[in-house]
Design a protein. Sequence first.
Length: 60
Amino acid sequence: MPDDDVLAHALGIARLVPDGEGRTVPGAAFAPALVADGGDALAQMLRLLGRDPAWAPDEA
């Protein structure tokens, strides 16, 4: 797990990534931002970038 300083900087950068229609086109780097319901800095950053912090790969 990254340290708090790294997460704080990464969260600040994630807040600068534009949200909107551009995130819904094929090949977009990020999905639309998810509604944040709190959580730590990593969870907030992932939601801002359209990722679910609870996601895990399927067990094969």
